[in-house]
Design a protein around this ligand. Structure first.
Ligand code: ADP
Ligand code: MG
Length: 639
């Protein structure tokens, strides 16, 4: 025991304190998982040492057999998990057990709601590992000595505000976590219970997890044999899960392994386990989570696979094996070809890594495609969580664009409500034979999209239009021009040709059309009022209900993208829309008959503002609009 004056007392970092509190107030109904977390840490520590020992074999010369030993003392009410892994130095203990150094911690804390059920879920995604010990212990001691160092450290805490540190002597290499069990947690000091937890959660760990063999009293009448000290025996199968053949691994084992690699507390949605032989040899085990992590859109958040080379753990978060848009995929890749001393820099440039990455990308896409066909409900759940991220892929991964486009799901005028359930294949199957485009509309919200005047003629003619209202959609559609050879057409842009109508693509028709437009007497009068606020004025083929709408030029930036760019502080050149009016609408018929030019101008101004409003746009002079409208109302009331 160290003397009192050598004990340093440290306060937990604020975030750590908050997490501890959540932990202790039993967020999990399933307390036994603390053991999985501690074994998982022990196994990570052994992986790290194994990796370091490749360069420096001296580190393990004294004790080369890696293992995790679990012992208990039911009288003293203690449970001990000991590993001969990498251990921790004094400073590492402070930063690993006193703070939460994970990136995104602040973001995580900000996301906590105070609602236990919700927070439990969030915390599950965050993975608070070590602190889960306080679910069953009222005091935890950690004795640790880093490989290659002589100085041992003792960390001790009751899980409240602070922990104590002192020097510890005569420690073996690695870490020993001693739990002083709470009175209602004494089940965790029972042989049978512990063995079953280890088998349930930690069978896949690649090192032996050992317990002392059980001793039975000598049956009466038999000769007393000399008491032998019990020996340690492995409780788990101690073979890394991905090295086993697929047919030997139970689904439950895959699920447990997922929790070990992902720090997720929920089951995965799906997985794919494959061994590849040939020019390159590697094994991959890829998982799709059920739920998006809170930091899915933090581009700096750690992502990627756990990398092993010939069964030896090399690094966490090897992001080079999957593209950014598959950042939600978790799992392991174990290569036989890469050198053991591979670094992140090498990974970035290595052709073998590129080949594996391409193959794994295809593998994930196939997994999703299969799920979409065979388990459409699972796929829908996936899409609702990760759809927006997958859209990044459909936009930027040229090589897999068609396959990714096939995975997209949208809301549409051909389906109910705002749920995103319609695939492009569904759309093509439903469309009439003479329809030569996939029509879509992009807007800020589902309501703006689904109620847009631009849809009127499509609704009238029963032509389905895909409704897009995610922030990323307009960008996506600037990258995606066709699907299975059928072009996308934005119903808010340019001249649209409806199914069954002669296309006006050729120049002759275009000119004829222009002549047509200028023939309508309102074109010139309205142009005179709107002046350079618009690119042109023309009668509309789109409108059946509304009096007027604004149409974007074919290559103009859409309103959504514009708002995003402006919000990021960029100044953009003015974009002038085309003003289309519905000549059959009673308002325009009335307008045509208006001889008072001031009143005519006033009404046209109103129509223009209304058309922007219906697009979900902001008016450049909202007060002017209100004034005009009020003057009109007064006129009406005076009549
Ligand atoms: P995580 O495992 O997700 O990193 P934990 O809370 O489980 O988070 O553990 C925090 C850190 O404490 C680990 O990252 C590791 O650095 C250190 N640690 C925990 N247990 C051990 C151990 N048995 N040996 C060495 N280091 C450990
Ligand atoms: Mg852990």
């Amino acid at each position: 025991m160290s003397e009192t004056e050598n004990i340093e007392t440290h306060a937990f970092q604020t975030e750590a304190k908050q997490l501890l509190k959540l932990m202790i107030h039993s967020l999990y109904s399933n307390r036994e998982i603390f053991l999985r977390e501690l074994i998982s840490n022990a196994s990570d520590a052994i992986d790290k040492l194994r990796f370091k020992a490749i360069e420096n074999a001296d580190l393990i010369a004294d004790d080369p057999d890696y293992r995790i030993d679990i012992t208990f003392d039911s009288e003293a009410k203690t449970l001990t998990i000991a590993d001969n892994g990498i251990g921790m130095t004094h400073d590492e203990v402070i930063s690993n057990l006193g703070t939460i150094a994970k990136s995104g911690t602040a973001e995580f804390i900000a996301n906590l709601t105070g609602d236990q059920a919700k927070d439990a879920q969030l915390i599950g995604q965050f993975g608070v590992g070590f602190y889960s010990a306080f679910m069953v212990a009222d005091e935890v001691e950690v004795l640790t000595r880093a490989a290659g160092s002589d100085a041992g450290v003792c960390w001790r805490s009751k899980g409240e505000d602070a922990y104590e540190l002192s020097a510890a002597e005569d420690l073996t290499r690695g870490t020993r976590v001693i739990l002083h069990l709470q009175d209602d947690a004494l089940e965790f000091a029972e042989d049978f219970r512990l063995r079953s937890i280890v088998r349930k959660y930690s069978d896949h760990i690649g090192v032996p997890v050992r317990m002392l063999e059980q001793q039975f009293p000598t049956p009466e009448g038999e000769d007393e044999v000399e008491e032998k000290a019990p020996e340690f025996e492995a409780v788990n199968s101690a073979q890394a899960l991905w090295t086993r053949s697929r047919s030997e691994v139970e689904d439950d084992e895959y699920r447990e392994f997922y929790k070990h690699v992902s720090h997720d507390f929920e089951d995965p949605l799906s997985w794919s386990h494959n061994r590849v032989e040939g020019k390159l040899e590697y094994t991959s085990l890829l998982y799709l989570p059920k739920r998006a992590p809170f930091d899915l859109y933090n581009r700096e958040a750690p992502r990627g696979l756990k990398l092993y080379v010939q069964r030896v753990f090399i690094m966490d978060d090897a992001e080079q094996f999957l593209p950014l848009y598959l950042r939600f995929v978790k799992g392991v890749v174990d290569s036989n070809d890469l050198p053991l001393n591979v670094s992140r820099e090498i990974l970035q440039e290595d052709d073998r890594v590129t080949s594996i990455r391409n193959a794994l990308t295809k593998r994930v896409i196939n997994m999703l495609d299969n799920m979409a066909t065979k388990e459409p409900e699972d796929y829908q759940a996936f899409w609702d969580e990760f759809g927006e991220v997958l859209k990044e892929g459909a936009g930027e991964d040229f090589a897999n664009r068609e396959a990714l486009a096939g995975l997209l799901r949208f809301a549409s005028t051909g389906a109910d409500g705002s749920a995103k359930t319609v695939s492009l294949k569904d759309y093509l199957e439903r469309k009439s034979e003479d329809q030569e485009a996939i029509y879509y509309i992009c807007a800020e919200t589902f309501e703006t999209a689904s109620r847009s005047p631009h849809l009127e003629v499509f609704k009238d003619k029963d032509v389905e239009v895909i409704l897009m209202f995610d922030r990323i959609d307009e960008w996506l559609m600037s990258m995606l021009t066709e699907f299975e050879g059928v072009p996308f057409v934005d119903v808010m842009r340019g001249d649209i040709a409806l199914p069954g109508e002669a296309k006006q693509a050729d120049d002759d028709a275009d000119e004829e059309d222009k002549e047509d437009d200028t023939e309508h007497p309102l074109v010139e009068r309205i142009s005179g009022v709107l002046g350079d606020k618009v690119e042109s004025v023309r009668p509309s083929k789109r409108l059946t209900q509304s009096p007027a709408c604004l149409v974007l030029a074919d290559h103009a930036m859409g309103a959504q993208m514009r708002r995003i760019m402006e919000a990021s502080g960029q100044s953009l050149p003015d974009m002038k829309p085309h003003f289309e009016f519905n000549p059959d609408h009673p308002l325009l018929v009335r307008l045509d008959a208006e001889s008072d030019e001031d009143r005519f101008a006033e009404l046209v101004g109103l129509l223009f503002d209304q058309a922007s409003l219906a697009e979900g746009g902001a008016l450049s002079d909202p007060a002017g609009y209100v004034e005009r409208l009020n003057r009109l109302l007064l006129d009406l009331l005076a009549d």
